[in-house]
Design a protein around this ligand. Structure first.
Ligand SMILES: Cc1cc2nc3c(=O)[nH]c(=O)nc-3n(C[C@H](O)[C@H](O)[C@H](O)COP(=O)(O)OP(=O)(O)OC[C@H]3O[C@@H](n4cnc5c(N)ncnc54)[C@H](O)[C@@H]3O)c2cc1C
Length: 400
């Protein structure tokens, strides 16, 4: 099922926000290009304070503090409507702002899953009471993660086995999630669990809004090849949640999930423009240093041209889908992750031993991270199936 189409998620969401959510933020209007406002704010206020407090630390507390500083100036969710604490920026403006964070080497923003994926899903499917979480996301009182994948249910998400059994006044959750980004530190989780074990596998699943400090929840870090612990395994042992924590209709969590995954892929639109700039800069730098002879020149030119195509397709997708995920977002996600991998490989090949010896950690880090881009938000193979079936109308994958 495709996520809802329309002019933007605020329209799709048919958002009726509680009065408290609307308070105080409606008057915030930008008087200049938003990327300029953001650059000035970061350069003159937020980053100097941040560096004084935290130096170059990328510890969770430091990143939360950075996010709160952004939030206090209205910049947690710039793409959200003004009525619910955003700045109402268009995707084009958000793309330009992403470039500013990149240029200034800003710390990571911990609210990214809440803002880009979970928030729009709550807006689309939540009750008025559940929509209060939107304000908490904007204020960085809640930091959300996504508990979808399980050890034997990644691409085949509908095979998930975490169960939520009905009790008198709610549900009891038992099971395990894996690869939960920021799962070690997030305060809340959008969780998928099976509520009807007898139903066909795409049915009988429900989505839950779960605070991660409930009794029975254990989190374990997963250490990556680069030494970081970006992911967690989450274990649920007889975790009790009220019936009001179900997002959307009971047993219809698959539709809710499709909304979230659609927004996850669409989020790539706002960073694909950045990748195009990076790819072009990489090629230009190498040319300037006279390091682009022979077959390397040919490879560099291919990357350069693909970067231009990515940018153009991204712009087309932006105007065609106007901020709401559709098939073009899936195509861009494919093109973006493949280009990012090729740029990283090209850099490693060009720098050779320098990278292996660790002389340029940013390149080796980029190389290692680029692998994840072809997996997160749907693997390349699975997205190719999706494009084949839903966009090109080819026959269905017989294994599914
Ligand atoms: C950076 C990153 C962040 C992530 N964050 C989260 C998160 O916050 N929350 C969360 O729930 N999950 C998260 N994930 C997990 C991610 O969603 C899964 O890794 C992904 O869906 C793939 O599932 P899997 O790892 O079980 O691999 P599998 O599904 O087991 O796939 C293994 C291989 O088989 C291929 N394959 C599988 N099915 C088919 C098919 N039908 N046709 C052809 N090939 C197929 C895949 O392409 C892949 O190469 C994250 C992953 C990464 C890399």
């Amino acid at each position: 099922m495709e996520p809802p189409r329309g002019r933007g998620w605020i329209e799709n969401a048919n958002l009726r926000v509680p009065a408290t959510v609307r308070s105080g933020r409606c008057e915030r209007r930008l008087t200049e290009e938003p990327q300029q406002t953001l650059r000035t704010l970061l350069e003159t206020v937020i980053l100097p304070i941040h560096h004084d407090r935290w130096g170059g630390s990328d510890a969770w507390v430091a990143c939360v503090d950075f996010q709160r500083q952004l939030g206090s100036h209205g910049w947690t969710a710039p793409g959200w409507p003004v009525e619910i604490g955003g700045l109402g920026l268009s995707i084009e403006q958000q793309v330009a702002c992403e470039g500013v964070y990149f240029d200034l080497g800003a710390p990571r923003r911990v609210s990214v899953y809440g803002v880009n994926n979970v928030g729009p899903t709550i807006a689309a499917h939540g009750t008025p009471a559940q929509k209060r979480h939107l304000q908490a996301i904007v204020d960085v009182d809640e930091v959300w993660c996504q508990g979808f994948s399980e050890p034997d249910a990644g691409s085949d998400l509908a095979s998930l086995r975490t169960r939520a059994d009905r009790m008198d006044d709610g549900f009891t959750i038992n099971g395990q999630k894996i690869w939960t980004s920021i799962g070690l530190n997030a305060t809340h989780c959008l969780l998928l669990a099976r509520t009807d074990p007898e139903a066909p596998k795409h049915q009988g699943i429900s989505a839950f809004l779960v605070p991660l400090d409930l009794p029975g929840i254990t989190r374990r870090p997963i250490r990556q090849i680069n030494g970081e612990e970006e992911f967690a395994e989450l274990f649920f042992d007889d975790v009790k949640v009220p019936a009001t924590s179900v997002l959307g209709p009971i047993d219809r969590g698959w539709q809710v999930t499709m909304t979230t995954l659609g927004y996850e892929r669409a989020g790539v639109l706002s960073i694909s423009g950045q990748l195009a700039i990076e790819a072009e800069t990489t090629v230009r730098d190498l040319a300037r240093r006279g390091e682009l002879g022979g077959p390397r020149l040919d490879r560099a030119m291919r990357i350069f041209v693909r970067a231009q195509l990515l940018r153009t397709s991204g712009e087309r997708a932006l105007s065609a889908e106007a901020g709401t995920p559709g098939p073009l977002s899936t195509v861009i996600k494919l093109a973006w992750s493949s280009l990012a991998t090729d740029v990283a490989e090209f850099l490693v090949d060009t720098r050779g031993f320098e990278v292996v010896a660790g002389a340029d950690p940013t390149v080796s880090e980029r190389f290692l991270r680029s692998r994840a881009l072809t997996i997160a938000g749907g693997t390349t193979e699975v997205l190719k199936n999706l494009v084949a079936e839903r966009v090109l109308g080819l026959p269905k994958d017989p294994t599914r």
